[in-house]
Design a protein around this ligand. Structure first.
Ligand SMILES: [Zn+2]
Length: 453
C-alpha cells in the first residue's frame, strides 16, 4: 500500500512537499482576484442602487430611473458588461416569478424578477454548481409602502455590490464548476425570490454544492452598545438540518454529528479559505441558521435540502435597517450610503470570492467516505472512493479534531484512498476532502459508519 502522510498545521500559507513537488496552497491567482476587489467600485454601486430611491417589491417596475424595475435592469446591464471577457461562459438573465395572493404579505398577484448571472464551468462533465446571492429589494418602516425613500444601502445593496464586483473579476477566469451569482427580489416580503430559485434548483435536479447568502455585509458599528468592528464577520449555519429524513436523523444521532452537518462544514470551509486570502478579517461561526426569529435567503435552500449559509456583519445598527430616513433628536435614522463601511464590504467580498474560486477549482469531493466500526481499536480506519467525475484529485486531506472543538485541528495529506490513524474514533471527529496540486480543496465530507473493506 502506497501511502504518503503529512501532518499540516493550519496557517496562512501552507507549503506542501510530496514526491519532490512543492505546492503553495495559497493560489496566487485567487490572491490576485481578491486583491482586485475595489472598494470604490462597491461604493459607486451602492450609491447607484440608492439613486433609484426605492427598490421596494411594490414599487414601480417601468420607470427607467426609479423603483425596483430600474434596479434589476441596471444590475443586469452592468453584469452583462463582463460577457465579452468571459469567452462566452457568462450569461445574465432576468428570471420572473409570480408572487402574492390571499394570506400572503403581498396580497395582489404580481410578477417580480431575479437577476441571475451564470458563469459556466470549462469542464462539460462537471455538473457542480456553486451559488452566491444577495437581495436587491429594499424597504423602510411600512412594508406596504412602495413610494417612500427606501435606500437599503447596507440592506442589501452592500451584498449586491459585492456580488457585482465578483462577477466583474471572476468572469475573466475559467473554473471547473459553474458559479451562479444572484441578486434576488422579494426578500423583504418573505424570501420569495430565493424560494423560487431553491424550488427551481430542486426541480431541475441541480448538483448545487453550496450557497452563500450575503445579506447586510457593510455595517461595522452597533446601535445601543456602540461597538465598532470591521475585522469580524459572522457566518450563520444550521446545526440540525431544516431538511432531515428519519434516516438522516438516526445517522446524526449514531455519529453524534449534530455539529457536523453540511452547512456547518461549509461555514468551517469559509473560515479557513476566507482567512487564508483576506487580511484583517476573522470569520466567526454562529451556530444558528440565522438571528433570533429572523431568516434569510439561504433558508429556503436549507429547507430544500441544499447546503446554504448566511454571511453577515458582526454588528447590526437598528437605527439604519428598515427605518424611515430622518433626523430625530440629533440622531440619523435610515439605511443611507454614507454609513456603509466600504472597506468592510471589500473584505467580506474577498472571503466570498476566495471560497467560490477555491471550491469551483477543486476536484469533486471523495465518494463513499466511511469510518470503520468493525471491532474495537484505538486506531481509526477511514476509506473512500475517488470521485467518479471531473479531474483526478492530487490527494486527499483527512481532517481531525477533538469532539468539543469548533474547527478542524489537524490535516493529514494522503494520496491513497484509505488511512489508518493512531487516534481513537471515540475521541476525535474525522472528515475527508479532495485536493488538487494547486491546493484547491473540495467541500468537506463527514464519514458514515462502515464495515472494514
Ligand atoms: Zn436584508
Amino acid at each position: 500500500m502506497k501511502k504518503t502522510i503529512l501532518t499540516l498545521s493550519f496557517s496562512l500559507i501552507i507549503v506542501l512537499t510530496s514526491f519532490g513537488q512543492t505546492t503553495i496552497v495559497r493560489d496566487p491567482e485567487i490572491k490576485k482576484m481578491v486583491d482586485e476587489i475595489s472598494r470604490d467600485n462597491i461604493e459607486n454601486t451602492v450609491r447607484k442602487l440608492v439613486s433609484f430611491q426605492t427598490r421596494h417589491n411594490l414599487s414601480v417596475q417601468n420607470n427607467p430611473d426609479r423603483g425596483i424595475g430600474a434596479s434589476w435592469n441596471w444590475i443586469k446591464s452592468e453584469m452583462e458588461k463582463s460577457i465579452p471577457q468571459s469567452d462566452g461562459r457568462l450569461s445574465v438573465e432576468l428570471v420572473s416569478y409570480k408572487v402574492g395572493g390571499e394570506g400572503q404579505r403581498i396580497t395582489n398577484e404580481m410578477e417580480l424578477k431575479n437577476v441571475v448571472a451564470t458563469l459556466k464551468g470549462n469542464d462539460p462533465d462537471d455538473d457542480r454548481i456553486f451559488m452566491i446571492s444577495a437581495h436587491l429589494d429594499s424597504r423602510a418602516e411600512d412594508n406596504n409602502d412602495g413610494e417612500v425613500f427606501a435606500p437599503g444601502a447596507n440592506d442589501d445593496a452592500s451584498g449586491v455590490a459585492a456580488i457585482m464586483e465578483m462577477v466583474r473579476i471572476m468572469s475573466k477566469k475559467p473554473y471547473s464548476g459553474t458559479i451562479i451569482f444572484m441578486a434576488v427580489s422579494g426578500e423583504e416580503h418573505g424570501l420569495y425570490g430565493a424560494k423560487h430559485m431553491a424550488a427551481l434548483a430542486k426541480e431541475k435536479g441541480w448538483n448545487l454544492v453550496g450557497m452563500l447568502n450575503n445579506d447586510m455585509i457593510g455595517n461595522s458599528g452597533s446601535s445601543g452598545t456602540l461597538l465598532n468592528d470591521n475585522m469580524k464577520v459572522r457566518v450563520f449555519s444550521e446545526g440540525v438540518p431544516a431538511y432531515e429524513t428519519e434516516e438522516m436523523a438516526r445517522a446524526r444521532a449514531y455519529s453524534a454529528m449534530e455539529n457536523d452537518g453540511k452547512a456547518r462544514q461549509l461555514a468551517r470551509y469559509i473560515k479557513e479559505v476566507g482567512e487564508r486570502y483576506v487580511d484583517q478579517l476573522t470569520v466567526t461561526l454562529v451556530y444558528r441558521n440565522d438571528r433570533f426569529g429572523r431568516g434569510g435567503d439561504h433558508t429556503p435552500f436549507c429547507q430544500e435540502g441544499f447546503t446554504a449559509v448566511r454571511i453577515t456583519e458582526f454588528n447590526e445598527n437598528y437605527d439604519r435597517t428598515h427605518q424611515v430616513v430622518r433626523e430625530e433628536n440629533g440622531i440619523h435614522y435610515g439605511d443611507t450610503p454614507e454609513f456603509v463601511d466600504y472597506e468592510y464590504v471589500r473584505k467580506n467580498a474577498g472571503i466570498n470570492l476566495a471560497t467560490l474560486a477555491n471550491l469551483a477549482s477543486a476536484p469533486y469531493a471523495p465518494e463513499n467516505v466511511g469510518i470503520s466500526i468493525s471491532g474495537l481499536s484505538n486506531s481509526t480506519f477511514l476509506s473512500w472512493d475517488s470521485p467518479l467525475k471531473g479531474k483526478n484529485p492530487f490527494g486527499y486531506y483527512v481532517l481531525m479534531r477533538e469532539t468539543y472543538q469548533a474547527l478542524w485541528e489537524k490535516k493529514f495529506f494522503v494520496t491513497d484512498t484509505q488511512i489508518t490513524l493512531p487516534y481513537s474514533k471515540d475521541n476525535y471527529f474525522f472528515a475527508v476532502q479532495s485536493v488538487d496540486e494547486n491546493g484547491h480543496e473540495s467541500e468537506i465530507i463527514f464519514p458514515s459508519p462502515a464495515r472494514r473493506r
